[in-house]
Design a protein around this ligand. Structure first.
Ligand code: FES
Length: 373
């Protein structure tokens, strides 16, 4: 997705109606929302993107990002939500979301989208658990769009009962038997071929590459799962000479229980008149705002900005989703984590404001040029 009018396309929430809640496994559901005609452009998405959901749970505003599980279709979008035992949002969604409910859904974002696939090319995805969600959308779109393309999916789960979208994957395989290769790896179940039983660790990934996938045949790689799996895959792919720009990755944390507690109102901080501060200015929807942040508080730009404007965009607050992206136009920052920005975006001055701590007295960022991608 390219940004033409930054002010009108930056990520923001809209109330959407739930039109379907479908069980996928004992711990996962697919939730579909109706997208009114008037919001069709706002919710135009690329396969592999995500939306953030926002709800008030037990008196606290919570936001979580969930990947779209299907290629874009008019009037509807669907996400997969896996229930995490410690996850307040996913538990709330599983127990409460019903057809007819309305909740706030952010316009789509994220860069886990195809950029190197070519007609007749080969794309490989490695996913674990709910990491299959965006992979399913990407694979379906590629196979539907190009009658010569090939997709290989390596999908790891604990057991066969944990496999999300098992019917959808089987249907896709039925539709494209010669062009889709699907390898299920189960960590706690014996499979006929030993290569598919056990943890998807470095050794097993090397084994799969040496026996089943020739890296030289692959145009683009999609990695989606927990940090350890994604990092292991990136290491092995680098070893076998895969260029970094051929690899897309998206991190799925173990659950949603440990997402940082940022709310629309920001953390209460009292700025004393005599203490040194960082002066943070930001532009959002064409309006400039300034907020002072005590040096001793070591706040992120996002945390400080939320005190002044509760509508500043964010979702994960963990450096993963990219929703809080903005362009640094003055001053300097250090970023703690970055799993969302590509090197070329950093070169163009973009930062993740949820991870950016000012290192100069004056800092200015522009959200209007850094929202949707
Ligand atoms: S809010 Fe997700 S990266 Fe900053």
């Amino acid at each position: 997705m390219t940004t033409t009018d930054a002010t009108s396309t930056r990520a923001r929430f809209h109330r959407l109606r739930v039109v379907e809640v479908r069980p996928l496994t004992a711990t996962a559901i697919e939730v579909a929302f109706a997208v009114p005609e008037a919001l069709a452009d706002v919710f135009a998405a690329a396969p592999g993107q995500y939306v953030a959901l926002r709800a008030v749970v037990a008196g606290e505003e919570l936001r979580r990002s969930y990947s779209l599980c299907r290629p874009p279709s008019p009037g509807r979008l669907s996400v997969g939500i896996k229930r995490d035992p410690d996850g307040r949002f996913s538990t709330w969604a599983h127990e409460n979301l019903r057809i007819g409910d309305e909740i706030e859904v952010m316009s789509p974002g994220g860069s886990f989208v195809s950029r190197a696939a070519r007609p007749g090319g080969h794309v490989v995805a490695v996913a674990a658990g709910s990491g299959i969600t965006p992979v399913l959308a990407v694979a379906t779109a590629l196979l539907d769009a190009d009658a010569e393309s090939r997709v290989t999916i390596v999908y790891a789960n604990r057991s066969s009962t944990d496999v999300m979208f098992v019917d959808d994957l089987a249907d896709l395989k039925d539709r494209y038997p010669a062009r889709l290769t699907l390898h299920h790896v189960l960590t706690r179940e014996e499979r006929a071929a030993p290569v598919f039983s056990g943890r998807l660790d470095e050794e097993r990934i090397r084994l799969i590459l040496s026996r089943l996938i020739d890296p030289a045949s692959v145009d683009e790689w999609f990695l989606c799962g927990p940090f350890a799996l994604v990092e292991t895959c990136r290491t092995v792919l680098a070893e076998v000479g895969v260029p970094r720009d051929r690899i897309r990755f998206e991190l799925f944390t173990a659950g949603d229980g440990d997402a940082p507690a940022l709310t629309g109102g920001g953390r209460a901080i009292r700025v004393r008149a005599d203490e040194p501060v960082r002066r943070i200015s930001f532009t959002l929807d064409g309006q400039s705002t300034r907020v002072d942040s005590p040096v001793a508080a070591h706040e992120t730009i996002l945390a400080a900005a939320l005190r002044a404007r509760p509508d500043v965009p964010f979702a994960c607050a963990g450096g993963v989703c990219g929703t809080c992206r903005a362009r640094l136009v003055e001053g300097s920052v250090t970023m703690t984590e970055n799993y969302a920005l590509e090197p070329d975006e950093i070169d163009r001055g973009y930062v993740l404001t949820c991870q950016s701590h000012p290192t100069s007295d004056e800092v200015r960022v522009d959200y209007d040029g850094g929202g949707a991608r």
